[in-house]
Design a protein around this ligand. Structure first.
Ligand SMILES: [Zn+2]
Length: 590
């Protein structure tokens, strides 16, 4: 290696000295960083594969052969030898609740627990390890653990922690679980009325709250009793989230709007700016302003405009608005065109009055503000497509790239409208993970006909629609490789169903990568500067432990990110990579 590099250098300097005699103005100045000996999949159709890449400052200057790039190697150039590993553009997560997810890293996470005793053990251990925490907060439990009711009870938490409040969010963010101390701290008693869109589950005999708290009722504890995280706590959470994002290969996120007020990304944008000033912001941020019913007000429009004017660079940009049009299929709150199959009395409902929503959409579209709307049921999806179509007609706008988030079911007639109207399908491949939750609860509620168009990635793409992939962290992991694997297999990690669930909706590995890179950049109006490895674009890239194009699809989740670079700076190196790199000191990394 050393010999070859030295030879190149001698060759290069002699070429350069000849060049400098003839045309000193054209002498190529050396790159800051070159990455050599890589198997580069660029996601650029004009040059899909390359061997090496040269970077100057934050940007890529050359992508090409080893020889092309060696020409830019100078005495101060840092050389990274990728040792034949696969190199891709860095990944974007197009739907993430970043601060909520970041907090989940610092709190107890019971998502892996399969039984109640396991949850109790984890919570107890966490509490013991954090003796000074006034509240024990966490998330991740799922309903089947509490069969047959499917709902948790305060008594199971009281058994392990009677003296401190405990509050644990369910994995889907729709139900919370409090112990007696937490109910007491929030002043919730038998006499507390339910709020409009929520419920304190009660014992049928005594009327006492059981500790299971649904939907909006959760705010009673969250906002009234739990201390708002301090600045320092929020900064600490952001730092943990940024590290974790870089570790799994993420270089940009599109915020899906904060779930709780204290954790909305846009409300914490100053903290992100502060991290940026200190050189600690290592993930690019596209932030959304959350708009709730009944209507959009002038004050909100002004706030959105102000945020957009202030934040619009490569690191932090605001200028998107997030709406929620409906709920979820599991809870029968997603808006459907026909009744739910398991319960014909329910059909779900639209959260927005369609006329008010149309007015808000038209107003934002006119101002060139990008819209993200959560729509899961086929009726919600249709209502949003209709509104986007009408707004473009009224305003004579084009290329607005408004998005629909989730799209879990869709009618056959609406599938081609994504391509036709230029609406982005922002979907989260891991939500279609075919476990019992999906195949037994989701599919039962939707019924076989609608379930046959569940997460119709291939159909939407075949009809000209652009897919933008994300996670919905903390609902599921932010690790995009689980998403990539499910997009290409639609199988559980133990290989079920054997042919994949709705195998016709699987997509290829290259398509899945594009939905996390170039199409994700397109979905945030950034495809000219990000999303593929081309000269002039930002040097955001990752090096992987395995060649995804050569391994079995079922092995994708076992793959690890070895190195993550954002804007030409290495922001993450895996332990395995570090040991290889240090063993090679004096070799080609000089
Ligand atoms: Zn979400």
């Amino acid at each position: 290696m050393r010999l070859r590099a030295t030879c190149y250098w001698i060759f290069l300097t002699s070429v350069l000295s000849v060049l400098s005699l003839t045309a000193s103005a054209e002498k190529p100045h050396s790159a800051d960083v070159i990455i050599t000996n890589a198997r580069i999949y660029t996601v650029n159709v004009k040059q899909p594969w390359a061997e090496a890449i040269a970077i100057e400052g934050e940007k890529i200057v050359t992508v090409g052969s080893q020889k092309d790039v060696e020409l830019l190697r100078g005495p101060t150039t840092k050389v990274i030898n990728a040792k034949g590993h696969l190199l891709l553009p860095g990944f974007t997560d197009c739907h993430i609740h970043f601060l909520d997810g970041s907090f989940s890293l610092l709190r107890v996470n019971v998502a892996e627990a399969k039984t109640l005793p396991q949850i109790q053990k984890m919570v107890k251990e966490f509490a013991a390890a954090h003796p000074d925490a006034p509240w024990i907060l966490g998330r991740g439990w799922s309903y089947p653990i509490f069969a047959p009711s499917g709902l948790p009870d305060k008594k199971y938490l009281d058994e392990i922690i009677p003296d401190r409040p405990v509050y644990l969010e369910g994995f889907d963010g729709h139900t919370w679980w409090a112990n007696s101390k937490a109910l007491q701290a929030a002043g919730i008693t038998r006499k507390t009325p339910d709020p409009a869109n929520g419920r304190f589950v009660r014992d049928p005999v005594t009327g006492e709250p059981t500790g299971a708290i649904q939907e909006e009722a959760a705010d009673a504890v969250m906002h009234r009793a739990i201390p708002v995280p301090t600045r320092e706590e929020r900064l600490e959470a952001f730092r943990a989230g940024l590290r974790e994002a870089n570790r799994v290969g993420l270089v940009r996120i599109h915020s899906a709007g904060g779930v709780s007020i204290s954790s909305s990304d846009l409300q914490n944008v100053e903290l992100l700016e502060e991290l940026g000033t200190q050189g600690e912001l290592t993930v690019r941020m596209y932030l959304a302003y959350r708009l709730d019913p009944p209507s959009v007000t002038q004050k909100q429009l002004d706030e959105i405009d102000a945020a957009r004017r202030r934040y619009h660079d490569d690191w932090i940009a605001a200028g998107a608005v997030k709406f929620f049009m409906d709920g979820v299929i599991e809870g029968h709150t997603a808006a459907m065109l026909a009744p739910y199959s398991d319960d014909p009395k329910q059909i779900g409902s639209l959260f927005w009055d369609p006329a008010q929503y149309q007015q808000a959409v038209t107003e934002l579209d006119k101002r060139g503000i990008q819209i993200f709307t959560h729509a899961i049921g086929d009726k919600a999806v249709r209502t949003v497509l209709d509104s986007y179509e009408r707004a473009a007609k009224v305003n004579h706008t084009s290329d607005a790239r408004h998005r629909i988030e989730h799209i879990e079911t869709i009618t056959p007639q609406d599938i081609p409208r994504f391509g036709k109207l230029g609406v982005i399908a922002s979907m989260q491949p891991l939500h279609a993970y075919p476990d019992d939750d999906t195949l037994k609860i989701w599919a039962r509620n939707a019924g076989p006909e609608r379930a046959s168009r569940g997460w119709a990635w291939h159909s939407i793409e075949q009809n000209g629609g652009v897919l933008a992939f994300g996670s919905d962290w903390p609902v599921v992991t932010l690790n995009p490789w689980s998403g990539v694997q499910n997009a290409v297999t639609r199988q559980t990690t133990d290989g079920n169903p054997p042919d994949g669930w709705l195998p016709q909706e699987r997509i290829s590995l290259a398509e899945a990568i594009r939905a996390y890179t170039l199409d994700a950049a397109f979905a945030g109006h950034r495809e000219k500067t990000e999303g593929s490895l081309e000269p002039g674009k930002l040097a955001d890239l990752i090096v992987l432990s395995q060649d995804l194009f050569k391994i079995e699809p079922s092995e994708i989740v076992k793959m690890e990110v070895m190195l993550t670079m954002v804007g030409g700076k290495v922001v993450y190196e895996s332990p395995a990579w570090k040991s290889v790199a240090s063993a090679a000191v004096g070799g080609s990394t000089e």
